[in-house]
Ligand binder design. Structure first.
Ligand SMILES: *Cc1c(COP(=O)(O)O)cnc(C)c1O
Length: 219
């Protein structure tokens, strides 16, 4: 799928939800270690890129230093990689999955950093992210205590299944948490990947992270 094709599908999905919904696209580039596919996407207008490994992100950030790109970190962040990640000046860390991780980042960063709280909305034990029941308390505790963590909303990975009902359920659960957090300033509900972004948008997502389906056309 090309970027234009993706944009058209996003457009159709968002109109099924609401004409007022605006959906941002993060192009997940973890499937390639080449720079050329990223440049092609850039030249077609893409500005937000996502990576899930600090080391891979470092190479790409350095190679594309001159370009005004927003880098989103979306992977599981080990504490010993925090300093390295911060040195790359990411636009956003989407994968804050515990208070402790937020605290460790808060201590090490010298300026406010945009973050999302990751929620495990499918209950799958292999997935990172906070249990939904703890999401709101943790969100508020981070907001209250950690001044360098600029929480902008939440992120989730949908249920890993072909059962559309289950996928929808995990997105709906996440959106309900997002609604409860809106009075506290939550603006971003990041959900939806290659296989399920249309369902996610129908359930209210305003940021999708699309990798494999998009990158294939550029590699
Ligand atoms: C890999 C990844 C994506 C993109 O997945 P695709 O199915 O390839 O679109 C999105 N979000 C996270 C957190 C990922 O790790």
């Amino acid at each position: 799928m090309t970027l234009d094709e993706l944009i058209q599908r996003v457009e159709a999905a968002r109109l099924r939800r609401s004409e007022h919904l605006i959906v941002q696209i993060v192009a997940v580039t973890k499937y390639t270690d080449k720079i050329e596919p990223l440049l092609k996407l850039y030249n077609e207008g893409q500005r937000a890129f996502g990576e899930n490994r600090v080391q891979d992100m470092e190479k790409k950030v350095k190679a594309l230093e001159e370009y005004p790109i927003e880098w989103h970190f979306i992977g599981n962040l080990q504490k010993n990689k925090i300093n390295k990640l911060l040195s790359l000046n990411p636009f956003m860390i989407q994968s804050i999955n515990s208070y402790e991780l937020a605290e460790a980042i808060d201590k090490r960063t010298k300026k406010k950093i945009n973050c999302l709280l990751e929620i495990n909305s499918s209950g799958e034990p292999t997935k990172h992210g906070l249990e939904p029941q703890r999401a709101i308390d943790t969100y508020l505790k981070i907001k209250e205590n950690l001044k360098n963590i600029n929480l902008k909303g939440i992120m989730t990975i949908g249920a890993h299944t072909d059962d559309e009902k289950e996928i929808r359920k995990s997105f709906r659960l996440t959106y309900n948490i997002f609604e409860k957090l809106k009075p506290y300033g939550a603006k971003i509900c990041s959900m939806g990947m290659s296989g399920d972004f249309e369902i996610a948008i129908e359930e209210g997502s305003n940021m999708i992270r699309v990798g494999s389906a998009l990158l294939k056309s550029y590699m």
